[in-house]
Ligand binder design. Structure first.
Ligand code: 5GP
Ligand code: SF4
Ligand code: MG
Length: 457
């Protein structure tokens, strides 16, 4: 998912639309925004792509100088309108909007506790759980009740929250998900990805820090810490696949890191071949790096039909396979009779690689050597990325040799975990560092380590 917020700009809703549009790749299941129209929060949201959701929006009516927005990739919670964020809570005395990117690992047990204690929850969204925790907290100020609520959760999250008079941004104690603050004149903007700042002409100011709660209002910006700051564990899949190449994630440019992954991969797993091709769009950077380091020419061996959505997002395996066929086509004249290195960014279920090897061979490639610019994904992600079961992961169920045979490659190589880390992490300080749990099984935030709701107030 992707989140975006604006404070103190006359066209807050419009800016949010542009910001969300630039983060469309982070989720295509739903989109929405809530704007603060003078002490009243108004929502516009729907299922589908940003442009579909906002085509009938009247920005003249969505007035207000503060807004938050969300693009949704339905990993947790069902694929229904009620779960499209931001969630809006209004009562006589107060209103609040909430949007998040990530996953609260203990949301289910918190939900059960809350329901046991008489709360009625209307969606299956993690954010409704958080809102109820905040309501229950008897802490004096909003800041402390938000901190109190967040401290009862575990997981990985960037959160935006808007009340009548304040915009809040919070990041999980390990900073597993990205969240940055930018400036546009006097206005503040907050976004999951820095490409959203470039889109609206805003300037990156700083990242929200792990365990930090930022409050932005007419008094300026206040920072507080709701949890002890842990070692930064930025999701490595943000670099491998998810983020846009023009974004800087935790101050590291995504394209540069991908290119470096390709270079490390060429060193670790060279191939005897004639050309290097990438799978558009996400593995082009890595393929360029592979070609550069191996001295082989980079060629456009595969093209993409840009009018087809991401295949990974499709809910069933059938649709996913059909999706790959619709999306990619070989450039016959380029690959025929050649020994091809096909670089892809990752293998999750194995669908993409198998189809592309088939496609290249049908187009006349004499050999196809598959090189994957990340380690095998052998474990589910608990932190909000769409790979949540062992069953769906090909590398959790087959040996590397078997995977090579299944996808029909002449040879298969993956980037090592140290190679991946080398490509992303520049210095191993507290602020740098990545999560590689889906590759290593080394989870920075454990399941079951959560604090249980103990206080009855
Ligand atoms: P597979 O076809 O093996 O299931 O998935 C691999 C392909 O899906 C890669 O080409 C990669 O670009 C894309 N992909 C990998 N990881 C993710 C992810 O976490 N989310 C989404 N949406 N796509 C991914
Ligand atoms: Fe990212 Fe993998 Fe960690 Fe999930 S487990 S946060 S996908 S690195
Ligand atoms: Mg891809």
């Amino acid at each position: 998912c992707g989140i975006f917020g604006v404070w103190d700009h006359p066209r807050a809703a419009e800016l949010t639309y542009y910001g969300l549009h630039s983060m469309q790749h982070r989720g295509q299941d739903g989109a929405g925004l809530v704007v603060n129209s003078g002490r009243r929060l108004r929502a516009h949201k729907g299922l589908g792509l940003v442009n579909d959701v906002f085509q009938d929006a009247s920005f003249q009516e969505l007035t207000g100088s503060a807004a938050i927005g969300h693009v949704r990739n339905a990993t947790e919670g069902s694929h229904t309108y009620e779960n499209v964020q931001p969630l809006l809570f209004q009562s006589q005395t107060e209103s609040m909007a909430l949007a998040h990117n990530g996953n609260l690992i203990n949301a289910d047990s918190l939900r059960t506790e809350l329901e046991h204690e008489g709360s009625i929850l209307q969606t299956s969204s993690d954010m409704e759980v958080l809102a109820h925790l905040m309501k229950k907290s008897s802490m004096e100020t909003n800041e402390t009740s938000i901190a109190d609520a967040l401290n009862q959760t575990t997981g990985a999250y960037g959160i935006l929250m808007m009340t009548d008079d304040t915009l809040y941004a919070a990041l999980d104690p390990n900073g597993i998900r990205p969240l940055s603050i930018g400036r546009l004149g006097d206005a503040y903007v907050v976004a999951s990805e820095s490409c959203a700042f470039d889109q609206i002409g805003a300037v990156f100011e700083r990242d929200v820090l792990p365990g930090e709660l930022v409050a932005i209002n007419d008094d300026g910006v206040q920072s507080s810490r709701f949890a002890i700051r842990g070692q930064r564990k930025m999701c490595s899949m943000e670099y491998v696949y998810l983020s846009r190449p023009d974004s800087d994630v935790n101050t590291v440019n995504v394209h540069a890191s991908r290119k470096q992954m390709g270079k490390e991969l060429a060193k670790e797993s060279p191939a005897n071949a004639d050309i290097v091709v990438g799978v558009p769009d996400s593995s082009i950077s890595a393929a360029i790096g592979f070609a550069e380091a191996s001295g082989l020419p980079y060629e456009m061996g595969i093209i993409k039909n840009r009018y087809v959505g991401r295949t990974f997002i499709q809910p069933t395996q059938d649709l996913r396979e059909q999706g790959v066929k619709m999306k990619l086509a070989p450039v016959r004249g380029m690959v025929a009779g050649k020994r091809v290195v096909m670089v892809d960014d990752s293998i999750v279920r194995g669908t993409t690689s198998k189809r592309i090897v088939d496609m290249l061979k049908h187009a006349g490639a004499s050999e196809v050597h598959v090189r994957i610019a990340s380690p095998p994904i052998q474990h589910p992600c608990w932190y909000g990325i769409d790979m949540s079961t062992y069953r769906e992961l090909i590398a959790a169920n087959y040996t590397l040799e078997a995977i090579g045979e299944l996808i029909g490659a002449n040879s298969l190589g993956f980037l090592s975990e140290p190679g991946l880390e080398k490509a992303i992490v520049k210095d191993k300080s507290l602020h740098q560092g990545i999560c590689t749990a889906c590759m290593t099984g080394d989870y920075p935030v454990a399941k079951g380590a959560e604090r249980v709701l103990t206080h009855k107030r």
